[in-house]
Design a binder for this molecule. Structure first.
Ligand code: ATP
Length: 134
């Protein structure tokens, strides 16, 4: 029995299917794979990849920080940002990576370092998704 899956950000529904076969995500505490009939689960996600396997195809998304709620017949993934691999602007991601690396090389205060590290992680994640390496 396939299940429904919804990938949402505060601004839009990025993906919605009624017939998913498998969902994969990077949980803070480890990778998560959801098959039909999964036990109820609530997990925090790290910046990484979400895969939705549907109709024999795999849709890949870059996501940053959020949550996954799963039950036997549905999965909801709520994240700050999500882009389908095909929608990622690779030049923008490379620029963001360069900017973050420069900030880290010229360290100022702790808050800036944490922000730059998070931006670097998002940029590298987007680059990896485009390159099919995440
Ligand atoms: P940038 O510095 O390039 O804005 P960022 O990591 O700070 O990168 P986010 O705050 O994570 O950007 O995202 C802001 C919005 O821009 C979100 O809607 C996100 O989906 C989108 N976005 C960010 N980077 C890219 C990209 N390389 N390609 C497509 N969409 C992107």
């Amino acid at each position: 029995m396939p299940f429904s899956v919804k990938l949402i950000t505060p601004f839009q529904t990025v993906a919605e299917h009624d017939d998913a076969e498998f969902v994969f995500a990077n949980g803070v505490e480890g990778d998560i794979g959801i098959l039909p009939g999964h036990a109820p689960l609530f997990a925090t996600l790290r910046t990484g990849e979400v895969q939705v396997h549907v109709g024999g195809n795999t849709e890949r998304f870059a996501v940053s920080g959020g949550f996954m709620e799963a039950g036997p017949a549905s999965v909801t993934i709520m994240v700050e940002t999500a882009e389908h691999g095909a929608d990622i602007d690779i030049d923008r991601a490379h620029s963001a990576r360069k900017r973050a690396e420069e900030r880290l090389a010229n360290k100022t205060d702790d808050a800036d370092i944490a922000r730059a590290e998070a931006a670097l992680t998002r940029a590298i994640n987007r680059i990896h998704i485009v390159q099919g390496e995440a």
